[in-house]
Design a binder for this molecule. Structure first.
Ligand SMILES: Cc1cc2nc3c(=O)[nH]c(=O)nc-3n(C[C@H](O)[C@H](O)[C@H](O)COP(=O)(O)OP(=O)(O)OC[C@H]3O[C@@H](n4cnc5c(N)ncnc54)[C@H](O)[C@@H]3O)c2cc1C
Length: 432
């Protein structure tokens, strides 16, 4: 079987590696001169910055991505972050200014700051929501309905902002509970040694060793459809034919690349669902320092800052991500849709947060990156993912526009890829 893959992001390369390992002929088309999409390194002043991700794999070596990489025989080592997460709060419990002193508490101890009443209520709620997850409503609504005070909402906002680049009011409560459950199930996040690029290079090695081809600087401008079936693509003006087309560029962008022969009810439904998709936006600020700013390998959640949701310092796990003796720290903040036209203001607020959080410490701002539109944090905000199928036979969508249920970020991508490939291998027998 001949497979054409549009885009060399993690979703595209995982699919290409699985199918080329299964004996299929695979061609990957990437419009940029580099591979990896939003999950690769860019070297700057000797630091391994990234095109997107914060070099973290949410569910570490034993999660969906870690497991898939292992199955593929990918040569990449994922080191578990320890502690899982730390919450930084101002010293004065009801204060809001980190520069007046702060205290760090372990994520597992966040209940410590609830009133006795809330503690009892939470213990009951935690066990009942496991069995009966909330059927509707956002995480913010769940917090204000069930727990008094603003502590729970601050933690929820900081957690959703870091993990999904969304505010708690924009994430279904059921989704957050599933994420927390998975955090504990897989024992937390991890960092691949060598950063995101190590994962991408290991996949490229697998694809190449199985005879797959990767065409960079090759923008796909059309998906060729015949009788409601994908039969090929056009890249750089040249036609390529195949049995299956897998797109790693999200449902919306994929649907712009073809025209329907006829719009049936399935296509109508699909087009309506696509219209509702919303990507999530964010800002990443990369800092360099001689001394560690955080000093541990977990995520530092900052629920009392103006904008920054969380910070990590990956050099505490992999010193090779910075020049010798230096540290790389990355802060992430979500940008709400109604603030997209005020990115400069959002950046200033984030920088002010960092001045307070790291008051008295010396650091250099290496790079500030903003992510939105066609280069977002997440193509489908959590809980809104469509499946990997499209109304066109033989056309699949993978990547963070079609994550598998319950999976976040790259682990969600791995779940989606597994679903898509299982479907392809069941529907199209090998006829190489
Ligand atoms: C600031 C930030 C922080 C993040 N942090 C993390 C993190 O720590 N951990 C984590 O798990 N996730 C994180 N993410 C999310 C993660 O980076 C993405 O979910 C993931 O990289 C998306 O991969 P993908 O395969 O869906 O697509 P992409 O990486 O977007 O790849 C798609 C590729 O297709 C190419 N392309 C587009 N159109 C065409 C065309 N017409 N023809 C050919 N090629 C085309 C693009 O150039 C691109 O290379 C973060 C994202 C951002 C932005």
């Amino acid at each position: 079987m001949k497979v054409l893959v549009i885009g060399s992001g993690l979703g595209g390369l995982l699919s290409a590696a699985l199918l080329s390992r299964a004996g299929h002929e695979v061609d990957v088309f990437e419009r940029l001169p580099i591979t990896g999409g939003r999950f690769t390194n860019i070297e700057y002043k000797g630091f391994q910055l990234s095109t997107g991700a914060l070099h973290m794999i949410p569910h570490g070596p034993t999660g969906p991505l870690g497991t898939l990489l292992k199955e593929l025989g990918a040569e990449v080592k994922i080191i578990r972050s320890n502690p899982m997460a730390i919450i930084r709060i101002p010293k004065e419990k009801d204060g809001t200014d980190y520069s007046q002193g702060y205290q760090d508490i372990d994520f597992h101890d966040f209940k410590k700051y609830f009133s006795l009443n809330n503690k009892i209520k939470l213990a009951i709620l935690m066990s009942t929501t496991r069995i009966f997850p909330p059927k509707s409503g956002s995480m913010a609504q769940w917090c204000s309905k069930n727990l008094k005070g603003d502590w729970a909402l601050r933690i929820a906002d900081s957690f959703c902002g870091w993990a999904l680049s969304l505010k708690a009011k924009d994430v279904p409560a059921a989704e957050v509970f599933e994420m927390i459950e998975n955090m504990y199930r897989y024992s937390g996040s991890g960092v691949p040694l060598g950063g995101c690029k190590a994962v991408i290079e290991s996949l490229i090695n697998i694809i190449s060793s199985c005879g797959g081809k990767i065409h960079t600087c090759s923008e796909v401008t059309q998906i060729i459809i015949e009788n409601q079936k994908a039969i090929g693509i056009i890249a750089n003006g040249k036609e390529y034919h195949g049995n299956i087309v897998i797109s790693d560029i999200g449902h919306k962008e994929t649907s712009r690349l073809y025209k329907y022969d006829t719009i049936n009810s399935a296509a109508e439904k699909y087009l309506a669902a696509i219209k509702k998709l919303k990507s999530s936006a964010g800002i990443k600020i990369c800092l360099a320092s001689d001394e560690p700013l955080i000093g541990h390998a977990g995520v530092l959640l900052t629920p009392y800052s103006r904008r920054v949701n969380g910070i990590n310092e990956v050099t505490n796990i992999d010193p090779s991500l910075a020049p010798a003796g230096k540290h790389l720290t990355m802060a992430h903040q979500c940008v709400h849709w109604d603030r997209l036209d005020k990115l400069e203001e959002e950046i200033d607020l984030g920088l002010k947060d960092l001045e307070e959080i790291f008051a008295g410490k010396e650091y250099e701002i290496l790079l500030i990156q903003s992510y939105y539109g066609e280069w977002p944090v997440n193509r489908s905000s959590s809980g809104t993912d469509l499946t990997n199928k499209t109304p066109i036979e033989g056309l699949y969508v993978v990547g963070d526009g079609a994550k598998g249920k319950g999976g976040i970020e790259v682990d969600g991508i791995a779940l989606g890829v597994r679903n898509a490939i299982n479907d392809i291998l069941n529907s199209y027998p090998i006829n190489r």
